[in-house]
Write a protein of this length. Structure first.
Ligand code: ADP
Ligand code: C5P
Ligand code: MG
Length: 253
């Protein structure tokens, strides 16, 4: 699948929206920068959260659902905070590529949830991703591999200061991810911080839009939400023109 890139034509019409391909948005940024929160806000503002999964026009997927299964030896390392979850190889990148290609081809996909407490995928908690108009894919390393990066029509980078991120990661991982303070700080110093500098931060240059301060930045979130509304409107017009080509041609003149 070669997704069509979106660009503005001379008449101001959004090019690349005439295909049935969903508009794929990548959202990256360091740990605890607010990626998941920003995506949640976008989904809320678009009224997608309380909607049945089959009806959703916009869906959000996390890269964490693509962590590799760990061997028993790796599991033991993870329990001691000695496994590097921030390295690009920690993810099943072939499966990410395949899944995004399926999504772009309008194929229904099944995505497991991730359990940080057991460091494993929850194969009994599968979410079905039905074909949608806009798909958000968020994670620390979604722009790392060129083959995956090149699939996105729009790339966002949530840019929050490192000290703020650490100050947010510590309580989050203790409260929500079953860790203790020593574990979180050691993992941060040994793996999270060096991997952020080596693998995540250099991908910021690929972003189309940088969102400083994450979810605090309501202006940036509103701009993105308006952009998605425009895409949904154009897709809707396109769909109805397929059903009523005469009316569409008439309106275009
Ligand atoms: P990411 O997905 O990038 O790791 P999260 O969205 O999980 O980041 O945010 C990390 C933590 O910080 C979470 O506990 C979240 O509730 C909290 N958080 C996110 N954004 C803000 C904010 N603007 N103000 C205060 N807390 C925030
Ligand atoms: O939501 P966030 O971007 O923080 O999720 C990615 C982070 O989750 C990585 O920085 C990684 O260290 C952490 N992680 C973890 N334990 C796992 C899987 C991921 O601490 N089992
Ligand atoms: Mg997250």
């Amino acid at each position: 699948v070669t997704p069509r890139k979106m660009s503005f034509g001379i008449n101001g019409k959004l090019n690349g929206l005439e295909s049935k391909t969903p508009f794929l948005i990548g959202v990256s940024g360091g740990t605890a920068s607010g990626k998941s929160t920003v995506c949640k806000r976008i989904m809320e503002k678009l009224g997608q959260v309380d909607m049945d999964h089959m009806q959703r026009q916009v869906v959000c997927i996390s890269q964490d659902s693509f962590y590799r299964d760990l061997s028993p030896a790796e599991k033991l390392k993870a329990e001691k905070g000695q496994y590097n979850f921030d390295h690009p190889d920690a993810f099943d990148n072939d499966l990410i590529l395949q899944t995004l290609q399926d999504i772009l081809a309008g194929v229904k996909c099944e995505i497991p949830a991730y359990d940080y407490r057991t460091n494993s995928l929850m194969k009994d908690q599968i979410t079905t991703i039905y074909p949608a108009d806009v798909v958000l894919f968020e994670g620390i390393l979604v722009f790392y591999f060129p083959k995956i990066r090149d699939l996105f029509h729009m790339k966002l980078f949530v840019d929050t200061d490192s000290d703020t991120r650490l100050a947010r990661r510590v309580p989050r991982d203790i409260k929500e991810r079953g860790r203790d303070l020593d574990y979180v700080l050691n993992q941060y110093m040994n793996f999270v911080k060096p991997a952020f500098e080596e693998f995540c931060l250099p991908t910021k240059k690929f972003a189309d839009v940088i969102i400083p301060r994450g979810a605090d930045n309501t202006v940036a979130i509103d701009l993105i939400v308006h952009h998605i509304w425009d895409i949904l409107r154009l897709k809707k017009a396109e769909n109805s023109s397929r059903q009523h080509p005469y009316i569409y041609q008439h309106r275009r003149t």
